[in-house]
Design a protein around this ligand. Structure first.
Ligand code: B12
Length: 803
């Protein structure tokens, strides 16, 4: 029986932890567990066999970190071959009567993808592809991609699996206590993306115990139309006598998981801390359970790297401003490769309240493939809205869909066979919600009936490609009423018919309806209201139009979609004046941040932050810019991060913007004054484990400016390296920076070493988490709350020793 056949009618029991058991068997800290497949095959086989004996249907090979970032290609092959052989041997040896399968286990690469880290998306796909090809070669029955905490990396791994094998794929993510991935995705967002790409099973593993992960499992069950996997830890880890122990025992663990199985979980197992005893408890306790059917949820949805946007409740607004049609300024931006302008259009539309951004960068004389790819990648770094990829160039569409971190909206397909063949193949591979225009080889039918028939044809063809009707959203084409007085009526009638008779969602490009008429916004706003009343689910529209927003908020209030009319009331003031388009918009919202520079940093506009800083420097002292602009802006982002309104990608873009502001200051300061550095040597570093260096760089710049010779050891610097530099240079000062509570111990250790081996050296410490009390506790000579204080202190010490 194949795994897919087994999955159809059965509950699937996975295994439990491998790492915990290997540690017990003597695996040393720092040693690669994957090497044990070759070095100690008997131990690995025994562990797999114990799991099969405990009732597991699937064991995961000991290949969690087996990839070419950690191992040479030759060693990787040796490891994967041995790992699968070990699991197969266990399968043959086990006395269990249950069906048994071997899953090739794929864990995270251990590196962050761009823009968060250095790893390129396609390189990541290639890394996973190598392990997967070996898994296929040596006969794995299925693939399990697990413990992924970044949606983009998850996508890379699944793409690699789909492109290099036909094996079933289980995809499982590691959600935190906030029910999101480290990079921000909710379970609903992950479900949208992974289901779209054709994962066979999706779910959650690791991070927490079954109780803490319950809400995540429920969210997955509510959203997924494929079986859900749940593989939590044995509770939360605690350190007892230097050993890590977990706080949930097999009985409680299996009770908790069993409860969720009664809600529909179909694939269950354990992660860190679980052992064959946990799996045995689970298989025994649930032996009489019959598998609940996996019901299709029929959710029409798109997603970004953070969240899902569902259709069918409140109307969905799709911002139309990233599109050169009829926009001179936008065309110029495209021709001049002015990506900042395009990004600012994205940010300001988000600020206006749209839920999705349409992205169309097609112009005859530009490289559309390159431009669309850049725009999609960069937009995802500054806004967290789902994108609608809008192009008729299929190569550009594919490039954008590959790089898109989520389930995109795809604009568009139509009833022509050629269009359906091209677009549906892409939808099948990458997932997506397709806007289907009701036109075909014979043009746009005048009647609603004609458009309806094309819609039916599109659905039939989509079904042949295996695309569900929930992933098609029909656009019944708004035509201008100035040319044909009844044009709007046909569009609305087709809309209603499709919505009610086919039960499909609908979308319209609103603005066309008013072409050629004066005061177009007035017509658009009313047409929008009529369309909503006829069943419109989403509108591609101009969010700067007061009339459109008025319709949107009043419709929601009138239809009982806005509790206490709260959102209407909050937005009502803004209807009074129609707002002009960006970039004036950006200025407006910049006011909300007190200054343009703060806005640029908070929103992560790198180039703009540099430019504004350059301009500011003509009349503002550099230190004032640091203290009154850069730091407050970063504090805003930091607070958002803490409150989970800002995610790592945005934090990173803000840091990049702050750095570019800082670079401008640095260039200005060093170009302005030539200082001699004779006041003494300052060794400076961000401590081990900490990569925050913006503050440290500011301190360095200022010290240099005041005549100190600064030796910068960089970030993530081990205590020994600081000591070595201080000893070599006989430095009178060491400056240490730490921004996280978790890295303060490294600072303490560095100070201890310096005290012991270089007692003359004064230690000066700083960084956001430090306080005077902390500094005293860890024995620093001086706590400096900012860069200037460090300078004053160093000057005082230098003077007192009479330099
Ligand atoms: C920018 C930023 C990042 C950037 C860093 C880019 C870079 N190259 O530095 C990126 C995106 C990479 C990042 C990553 C992470 N970050 Co961060 N980050 C921040 C943020 C928003 C701003 C820090 C900053 O640059 N401030 C501006 C500078 C100028 O201020 P400053 O460093 O305090 O420096 C001034 C003074 O303190 C002093 N000073 C500083 N150093 C020194 C040294 C000496 C010798 C002296 C005398 C004075 C001195 O002078 C400076 C100038 O006046 C803070 C939030 C915040 N408001 O602090 C979070 C923050 C520090 N990050 C945090 C976290 C958790 C992380 C991550 C773990 C996130 C993750 N899940 O991956 C990773 C950490 C990775 C690692 N191993 O270090 C947390 C730390 C929580 C805690 N209490 O431990 C914070 C507080 C956010 C939050 N509220 O949750 N982060």
């Amino acid at each position: 029986m194949t795994f897919r056949e087994f999955l159809k009618d059965n509950i699937v029991y996975l295994d439990g932890a491998m790492g915990t058991l290997l540690q017990e068997a003597g695996l040393k800290p720092g040693e690669y567990p994957e090497r044990w497949n070759v070095l100690h095959p008997e131990i690995i086989t025994r562990i797999h066999r114990d799991y099969f004996d405990a009732g597991s249907n699937v064991v995961c090979t000991n290949t969690f970190g087996a990839n070419t970032l950690k191992f040479s290609e030759d060693e990787l092959e040796e490891i994967v071959k041995a790992a699968i052989a070990n699991a197969k041997k266990a399968k043959n040896e086990s006395a269990s009567k249950a069906e048994k399968f071997v899953a090739l286990d794929i864990g995270p690469s251990g590196k962050l993808l761009r823009p968060l880290g250095d790893l390129d998306f396609e390189d990541t796909v290639a890394v996973f592809a190598k392990t997967i090809k070996l898994g296929v070669k040596y006969g794995a029955d299925l693939i399990i991609i697990e413990t992924m905490n970044d949606s983009y990396e998850t996508k890379a791994a699944l793409l690699a699996a789909k492109e290099n094998s036909d094996l079933p794929v289980i995809v499982s993510n590691a959600y935190g206590e906030d029910k999101k991935l480290m990079t921000g995705a909710t379970a609903a967002a992950m479900t949208a993306m992974l289901e779209g790409m054709g994962a066979d099973v999706i779910g959650a593993n690791c991070s927490l115990g079954p109780k803490q992960l319950r809400a995540v499992a429920e969210e997955l069950l509510d959203n997924a139309s494929v079986p859900v996997v749940f593989k939590p830890n044995a509770g939360l880890p605690k350190s007892v006598d230097g050993k890590t122990v977990f706080d949930v025992a097999p009985d409680e663990f299996s009770d908790d998981v069993a409860q969720l199985m009664q809600k529909g979980l179909r694939v269950v197992g354990g992660c860190c801390g679980t052992t064959p005893a946990y799996i045995r408890a689970l298989t025994e306790k649930t032996a009489r359970f019959s598998p609940l059917p996996v019901a299709p949820k029929n959710i029409t949805v798109v997603s970004s790297y953070t969240h899902a946007v569902k259709f069918g409740g409140s109307p969905v607004l799709i911002g139309e401003r990233i599109n050169p049609t009829g926009k001179k300024r936008f065309k110029r931006a495209l021709l001049e490769n002015d990506i900042q302008y395009i990004l600012s259009e994205g940010v300001s539309q988000q600020e206006k309240g749209v839920h999705i951004l349409d992205v169309n960068v097609g112009l005859p004389d530009i490289d559309e493939i390159g431009m669309l790819k850049t725009t999609v990648c960069e937009l995802q770094a500054v806004v967290d809205l789902p994108l609608q990829i809008d192009t008729s160039n299929m190569a550009a569409m594919e490039t954008a869909l590959r790089r898109y971190n989520g389930k995109a909206m795809i604009n568009s397909v139509n009833g022509k066979q050629e269009s359906m063949d091209a677009v549906f193949s892409l939808v099948k591979k990458y997932g997506g919600l397709v806007v289907a225009l009701t036109l075909d080889e014979n043009g746009i039918p005048e009647t609603a009936e004609g458009r309806f028939r094309i819609a039916e044809k599109i659905l039939r063809t989509a079904a042949q490609y295996g695309i569900d009707k929930k992933d098609i959203i029909f656009d019944t084409l708004a035509m201008t009423i100035s040319a044909d007085n009844t044009a709007a009526l046909a569009t609305l009638a087709a809309l209603r018919k499709i919505r009610t008779e086919l039960n499909c969602h609908t979308s319209l490009g609103i603005s066309n309806v008013s072409f050629g008429l004066p005061n177009r916004d007035a017509v658009n706003g009313t047409f929008f209201a009529l369309a909503l009343e006829n069943g419109l689910s989403a509108a591609i529209m101009n969010p700067y139009s007061a009339d459109m927003m008025k319709t949107y908020y009043t419709f929601r209030a009138l239809k009982g979609l806005d509790e206490n009319c709260a959102e209407y009331i909050a937005a009502a003031d803004t209807f009074a004046v129609a707002k002009p388009a960006a970039p004036a918009e950006v200025k407006k919202s910049a006011d909300e941040f007190k200054s343009e520079l703060q806005h640029a940093i908070v929103k992560g506009f790198k180039e703009r932050a540099g430019e504004i800083t350059k301009a500011l420097l003509s009349d503002t002292p550099p230190l004032d810019i640091v203290n009154h602009e850069i730091i407050p802006a970063l504090d805003t982002v930091g607070l958002g991060f803490e409150n989970k309104t800002v995610y790592l990608p945005q934090l990173l873009m803000s840091a990049e913007a702050a750095k570019s502001a800082f670079e401008a200051i640095k260039a200005f300061v060093s170009g302005n004054e030539e200082r001699t550095s004779d006041k003494g040597t300052f060794v400076i570093a961000t401590v081990q484990g900490d990569i925050h260096d913006i503050g440290k760089n500011i301190v360095k710049l200022l010290l240099e400016n005041y005549g100190f010779h600064v030796v910068d050891l960089g970030k993530d610097v081990p205590p020994e390296k600081v000591l070595e530099a201080v000893l070599n240079l006989h430095a009178p000062f060491a400056g240490l920076s730490a921004l996280m509570t978790t890295t303060v111990p490294a600072m303490e250790e560095t100070i201890r070493l310096l005290r012991e081996k270089a007692p003359w050296c004064k230690t000066v410490v700083g960084g956001a988490v430090l306080t005077q009390e902390y500094a005293d506790k860890i024995g620093a000579d001086k706590y400096a709350k900012d860069a200037m204080e460090a300078v004053r202190y160093a000057e005082k010490v230098t003077e007192s020793i009479g330099r």
